[in-house]
Design a protein around this ligand. Sequence first.
Ligand SMILES: Cc1cc2nc3c(=O)[nH]c(=O)nc-3n(C[C@H](O)[C@H](O)[C@H](O)COP(=O)(O)OP(=O)(O)OC[C@H]3O[C@@H](n4cnc5c(N)ncnc54)[C@H](O)[C@@H]3O)c2cc1C
Length: 373
Amino acid sequence: MIKYDYVVVGSGLFGATFACMARRQGKKCLVIDKRPHLGGNVYCERKEGINVHKYGAHIFHTSNKQVWDFVNSFTEFNRYTNSPVANYKGELYNLPFNMNTFYQMWHVRTPEEAQAKITEQKVEALQTLEGREPVNLEEQALVLVGKDIYEKLIRGYTEKQWGRSCKELPAFIIRRLPVRLVFDNNYFNDTYQGIPIGGYNKLIDGLLEGIETRINADFFENRTYWESLADRIVFTGQIDEFYDYRFGKLEYRTVRFEEETLDMPNYQGNAVVNYTEREVPYTRIIEHKHFEMFGDAVYQCPKTIISKEYSTEWKDGMEPYYPVNDGKNNALYQKYKELADKEEKVIFGGRLAEYRYYDMHQIVTKNLVFKFD
Ligand SMILES: Cc1cc2nc3c(=O)[nH]c(=O)nc-3n(C[C@H](O)[C@H](O)[C@H](O)COP(=O)(O)OP(=O)(O)OC[C@H]3O[C@@H](n4cnc5c(N)ncnc54)[C@H](O)[C@@H]3O)c2cc1C
């Protein structure tokens, strides 16, 4: 009955890259996914000529040339540069914090003036602490960047993201808040970034070329059958589900997307606008066309599609997006990991099976260096 070297559970970036590398080593894979499409969270839905990032905006970035060349070998990436804008009660600020932001915030024009302003506000925050360490996220942010940036650009956004007050959030969440004393709105520090021209499905199709796939196929609905097909299983789903939640359920944060098609070519002039005040219920609005359409191309496509993002506590039936790596959940994960480490037939990989947030380039790197036997 054994027909494959590997049955890969999950066709997200981990499963697809694993299968691609396995195929190059002469291994035979079957990739299954419970969703009605391949690609996991990088999947794009094409509507009105626009590639909509259905499970949240995805921007590929890396400083690893091998990874960049690898993904570009399947489909060329464009020159998209992530430069989010923050909207605080109608005031607009460039992100990440840089000279443009400081000019908009304080009308300072030189790095020296900006530094003096930041230092003045940091000193104020340190005096309030009277020599003790920051005990929560609010205090931590205040000593890192001062009250103006904290109150307008950090507090409301962070509270919406975590569903809790910054005073109740641990300080370690933001150990660093980089400030740049240059006029540079490029969010990422990496050497390479971009979006696959034609959307992420092209990348996934390239990775999975020549590999057998099945969609609408849940591993747990027919576990014995799928296990019987291969020598090894590569599992990229939820590790607690793999073990039937025997120690309890791991927790996640999730995002609810409210998508709208608008009868106008350009809604907000940028792919990403963060709403940093607490009172607006969503955290960001994504305008998908700006990931792939630049200049006149924006106006050649008469409609636009936006997604409002609402950060939400995860419950059964919702998409598990972000692991909550606090003490309680990490301890629970360790129990599952101990079982996983003893498995001879199963490889656990990706963000759900390893209960860890990974950027896409990290997922690709892991598979490029995987040692096939
Ligand atoms: C909202 C959001 C935004 C992000 N933005 C970025 C970004 O801008 N840049 C960046 O580098 N990274 C980003 N990431 C991270 C990126 O999504 C991940 O690195 C990558 O998608 C992880 O791939 P994966 O294969 O591990 O997981 P997934 O993409 O989740 O794939 C897992 C697959 O397994 C399938 N599966 C699960 N259980 C079963 C089962 N029982 N049977 C069959 N199939 C199953 C699922 O349906 C899914 O398709 C973002 C993540 C999120 C959540």
